[in-house]
Design a protein around this ligand. Sequence first.
Ligand code: SAM
Ligand code: DTB
Ligand code: SF4
Length: 335
Amino acid sequence: MTEVRHNWTKEEIAEIYHRPLLDLVYEAATVHRENKDYSEVQISSLISIKTGGCPEDCAYCPQAARYNTGVDVHAIMPMNEVIMAAQKAKDGGASRLCMGAAWREVRDNRDFDKVIEMVTAVNAMDMEVCCTLGMLNEHQAQRLADAGLYAYNHNLDTSEEDYKRIITTRTYDDRLKTLEHVRKAKITVCSGGIIGLGETVADRISMLKTLSNLPKHPESVPINALVPVKGTPMADQPRVSIWDMVRMIATTRIIMPKTVVRLSAGRTEMSVVEQAFCFMAGANSIFAGEKLLTTPNPSFDTDMAMFELLGLKPRKAFKNGKPGVAKEVGEVVEG
Ligand code: SAM
Ligand code: DTB
Ligand code: SF4
């Protein structure tokens, strides 16, 4: 069994990242097969419960109020729509519903009370519930945990060194603090990044070092390819090469062998062959459903046809037990 390490150096990660491509993929596939049921893919479906008007300046984001992207601002989604979306996602094969809000941070107000109600309701539908709501404090993380939240998504996005180029309205340290609060509340951690922001390979490696040197590896690491959106500062970024995506996924798989690696944004631009390469390189999760938060994504039917073709199967919810019920959450290692 591959050892789980928390002391990877940048040099070691760079050596892995730069291996000849097919050696890299072979190694990642080997690690994947030692550690996982490699034919199982975890499916998450996203809904945007509060869209647009965000005060942050994340250079890639269509929901930042300061960019003219054509995304309409919406108040928080009513509960009946959340339930309908959750049922649709479940029927489509998703084991997890991820609710996203265009907030800088959680505030202790009526909207947060509504999110708590949504978490409780979706959890009762026997789906894993994930939220991505921006920064939160220990008390807010605990409220979410008490409502049955399974995972919290909070991406590092890029390296610490590169952060200021992408976001100026908060710091890397703010991000890491929220991850600590999530851990402390015994919610599983989902944290990854985006490639194609004009970062260097050294930045990608640095971000992977931060993630793999956390006291506990995130249970899931989403690797997003930038979806360039008109009106954002990243609108004219060239499409990221599929081989960069494959290298990033394979390196993540090797250094965090027990983590669920999610092939995230950018799949509408990828062929089935390209996605198959990503699964071979150790990706074992996707976002499914025709929308991510505001941009398009392949439909459930398209993905099911791809799974059929590739011999992949959707993973059932709560495979590692429900936090606090089947196992101690401290023992939960996805996959
Ligand atoms: N506001 C919260 C936050 O920033 O944590 C939650 C929602 S935010 C949209 C969640 C994540 O979506 C970001 O951290 C980023 O990694 C990803 N994202 C946003 N826009 C993207 C884009 N155009 N392409 C790829 N990923 C994107
Ligand atoms: C993640 O890593 N990617 C998802 C989810 N976590 C929240 C979001 C992708 C958003 C892509 C742009 C959009 O649809 O607005
Ligand atoms: Fe706001 Fe999140 Fe978009 Fe940044 S990524 S602008 S915090 S919604």
